[in-house]
Design a binder for this molecule. Structure first.
Ligand code: ADP
Ligand code: MG
Length: 491
């Protein structure tokens, strides 16, 4: 990789550009491959429940430093344990979110459910976390990975990302580079997450009970969800999967004698939330009541309310403060390793430290990203836009947000292919974000399952602040692992 901090470019997996006729042919094949293998989504602009578009993808896998990929994989069980311990630390969650919930209504609503559940005692001691820890390589630290965020709710793309590896291997082979396939790590994300849900179902131990997916009114990312559903059903035909919106759960759901969640006559063993992580998912108090009903039930939740709160940006910011990790991790080596993946994260609470971060953001906004307590993309404020945003907030309103150092990932060059895009696609400068999946199951005292479960890579135009795949700036990808001493990769 080049040494200049602002222009570091990772070596490509193969030499580009491709000749135009070859590019046209292989891109057309890759599009069909994607649709035929379910690397696809519903169109937002021309929605039809009867059709799919391929999900935006990068034609040839983007390079990622092997050492850093392996580091992220090795860290995942430690991160799983960390998040499990955080989720079960009532005092930490309560004090960390105390200021935030005064001004952030959505987090306050979640916290109120948490408080009510705590007051009555947890009906179900077990939780399942299907986590995704997201990273970018940071150029000015030799491309060391830095955590962008940790997701504890609706961690998506395990299903589709699993399909991307064979797709990009197919493309490389078509282009005559089958010798390079060994640098694309296998991806077991789909099986890993599916097995996690089934392990939770086993713990519930009722053969007739079902797995319930909580879904949005319209699921654009339908294939990713259906992969989980169909794969559960194919591998474990005795386990039924239901899909319901929050509103439907409110209408159909009730608690049985032992607080089991019943939808009609069907008992629910495991609830997998693919919705419920943003305000727009709750149309009325009825939807909040449905969330509470589920939280207070015997079903094993993914995530339970405490896991959901542990995944907030505010908690992430608190974890990155010196000495906080010691509360949750015993091994000094592990503390050091996790500490290194954090970049600067700063509170904006109305106190001395928060006000100092506020001043720092006004002085050098280009160094930062400003984040609210939201998931799902499109909510952050970047660089020069930060002073304006901050100045419009009152001192207390600021505590709904956190400030974070911008990570500067190295560039890669490649072809981004999206429905309705140019044919042939143009070569563009891109940056990638690696997600590592993890599964953790346990109660307050014990962890019974803890493993790393595959990965995903999302790549966006280098000029874009965010790379939401559905939003249109990002594309699905998978890592092509390179070593810093490789010199001959572009043959
Ligand atoms: P969300 O919950 O909306 O996914 P993220 O924290 O993941 O929130 O931010 C969304 C996107 O913004 C990320 O996928 C990444 O592209 C970009 N981003 C977030 N934090 C940083 C950062 N510290 N440096 C550079 N880019 C960032
Ligand atoms: Mg994110």
């Amino acid at each position: 990789m080049s040494s200049d901090a602002n222009t570091a470019v990772l070596r490509n997996c193969i030499r580009l550009p491709l000749a135009e006729d070859e590019l046209l042919e292989v891109t057309a094949k890759a599009k069909d491959y994607a649709i035929m293998h379910g690397a696809a989504m519903r169109s937002k602009t021309a929605f039809s429940p009867d059709s799919l578009n391929f999900a935006p993808f990068v034609l040839v896998p983007s390079s990622f430093p092997r050492k850093e990929f392996e580091k992220a994989v090795a860290l995942q069980p430690i991160i799983n344990r960390l998040m499990h311990n955080v989720a079960h630390d009532e005092e930490f969650i309560t004090t960390t979110l105390a200021e935030t919930i005064k001004v952030d209504e959505f987090t306050a609503n979640l916290f109120n459910i948490y408080r009510k559940v705590l007051a009555h005692g947890f009906t179900q001691a077990y939780s399942i976390g299907l986590l995704r820890s997201d990273y970018m390589a940071h150029v000015s630290e030799g491309c060391a990975i830095k955590q962008v965020e940790i997701n504890t709710v609706a961690s998506s793309f395990a299903g589709i990302a699993t399909q991307l590896v064979p797709q990009q291997k197919f493309v490389l082979s078509e282009l005559g580079h089958a010798d390079k396939l060994h640098n694309m790590p296998d991806n077991n994300a789909l099986a890993g997450l599916r097995d996690g849900m089934v392990k939770a179902w086993d713990i519930y131990a009722k053969p007739q009970a079902v797995i319930l997916f909580i879904i949005e009114d319209v699921s654009y990312n339908i294939c990713d969800q259906r992969f989980h559903e169909f794969y559960i059903r194919e591998t474990y035909p005795h386990i039924k999967v239901l899909r319901r919106t929050l509103t439907e759960v409110h209408r159909e759901g009730k608690l049985g004698q032992s607080k089991e969640l019943l939808l009609g006559s069907q008992e629910v063993a495991v609830i997998y939330f693919r919705a419920g992580y943003e305000p727009g998912h709750y149309h009325s108090q009825a939807d909040w009541d449905a969330r509470y009903l589920m939280e207070t039930s015997l079903a094993i939740k993914c995530p339970s309310i405490h896991y959901h709160l542990a995944g907030t940006k505010k908690v992430q910011q608190a974890l990155a403060q010196p000495a906080v990790l010691e509360r949750f991790i015993n091994d000094p080596e592990e503390i050091k390793a996790v500490g290194k993946i954090f970049t600067g994260l700063y509170s904006l609470d109305d106190n001395e430290a928060g006000n100092a971060s506020y001043e720092m953001a006004l002085r050098t906004p280009e160094r930062f990203v400003l984040k609210p307590q939201r998931e799902g993309g499109g909510n952050n404020v970047y660089g020069v836009d930060i002073p304006n945003a901050l100045e419009r907030m009152s001192r207390v309103e600021r505590s709904a947000w956190i400030l974070m150092d911008l990570i500067h990932p190295p560039l890669t060059k490649g072809y981004m292919v999206r429905p309705g895009g140019d044919m042939p696609p143009q070569i563009v400068d891109m940056v990638s974000e690696l997600g590592i999946f993890g599964v953790v199951i346990g109660d307050a005292e014990h962890i019974v399952h803890n493993y790393q479960a595959g990965h995903m890579l999302r790549t966006k135009l280098s000029t874009a602040n965010e790379g939401g795949v559905a939003a249109g700036l990002g594309a699905l990808d998978s890592p092509y692992l390179i070593d810093s001493d490789d010199e001959d990769e572009q043959k």
